[in-house]
Write a protein that binds this ligand. Structure first.
Ligand SMILES: NC(=O)c1ccc[n+]([C@@H]2O[C@H](COP(=O)([O-])OP(=O)(O)OC[C@H]3O[C@@H](n4cnc5c(N)ncnc54)[C@H](O)[C@@H]3O)[C@@H](O)[C@H]2O)c1
Length: 273
């Protein structure tokens, strides 16, 4: 707890909600924003989900993100919540906002990925991916917005280069991430009058825990012809989490005060090819 320490930086004094904050890019966004003076509400499910083949985060992961934020003398309020549960999201965000005294931005970052060819993709794959990536992102926006419509704010919804490219072998994921774009643009139109900005971020591949073995097997064995679609134009196989966090920081900060409805690619050119 670091109440009273005067924040400095590009996000000084901002109070920011981040979902999927326990590890990977969510943790990186939290640390980068804390470095620049933000206080944070950190949400994660902190348990694995049936139907998702790789493990999700643990409570220790979320506590470690909070520790890293507090090292920068910023506040971190942690909440273990499934973003699919709209009531629980509203309660957690309301409580976090009350503790911080307001909310200036939300980063809807939590997401999941299933892999498979078109003929092995099941309705259950669709349900879990759309439920988390699209409805969960909506629940995050809906929980944050009542705290923003009076004084303005910034919603940053994490999509993917896959949405722009039409990346195969995870069709529900690609569709859900394009759904996030439609939702964000419609919200951007509806909320512009309230000075609430809504933008999407589109990362290329980043090395995180989101690594389903079956995707690598499909690319290696069943559909190696599709592997080039995953290659970046620039000579880097994967970018780093901080490369995405720097885009998030810009969109949270007042540097982007008239930027809304943007699809912000951080994709090393993967969508150019
Ligand atoms: N890693 C990549 O290559 C890549 C590329 C483009 C976009 N993205 C997107 O970036 C975002 C972050 O992904 P990451 O790579 O850090 O993955 P990750 O799996 O390491 O982190 C995702 C976090 O979200 C949490 N989470 C998942 N379902 C949740 C739920 N229902 N409720 C609350 N929390 C939940 C997980 O526990 C985990 O901590 C995701 O939206 C992902 O789709 C990732």
């Amino acid at each position: 707890m670091t109440e009273g320490v005067q924040p400095r930086g590009r996000a000084a004094g901002k109070r920011v909600l981040i979902t999927g904050a326990a590890r990977g890019m969510g943790r990186s966004h939290a640390v980068r924003l804390a470095e620049e003076g933000a206080d944070l509400i950190l949400i994660d499910i902190c348990e694995s989900l049936p139907g998702i083949e790789y493990p999700l985060s643990s409570p220790d992961d979320l506590a470690e993100t909070a520790r890293l934020v507090q090292k920068h003398n910023r506040r971190a309020i942690t909440k273990i919540v499934d973003i699919r549960d709209s009531d629980a999201m509203t309660a957690a965000v309301d409580d976090g906002v009350q503790q911080l005294g307001g909310l200036d931005a939300a980063v809807a970052n939590a997401g999941v990925l299933t892999a498979g060819t078109w003929d092995t993709t099941t309705p259950d794959d669709w349900r879990i991916v759309v439920d988390v990536n699209l409805i969960g992102t909506w629940n995050t926006c809906a929980a944050a917005l009542p705290h923003m419509v009076e004084h303005g704010g910034s919603l940053v919804n994490i999509s993917s280069a896959a949405a722009i490219k039409g990346t195969p072998l995870h069709i529900p994921y690609t569709a859900s991430k394009l759904g996030v774009v439609g939702m964000s643009k419609a919200l951007a139109n509806e909320l512009a009058a309230h000075n609430v900005r809504v933008n999407t971020v589109h990362p290329t591949g980043v090395a995180t825990g989101m690594a389903p073995e079956s995707l690598f097997a499909l690319l290696g064995e069943k559909r190696p012809d599709l592997a080039p679609l995953f290659g970046n134009a620039m000579p880097v196989p994967l970018v780093e989490t901080v490369d995405i966090s720097n885009a998030v920081l810009y969109l949270v900060s007042d540097e982007s005060r008239y930027v809304t409805g943007l699809e912000f690619k951080v994709d090393a050119g993967v969508t150019l090819k």
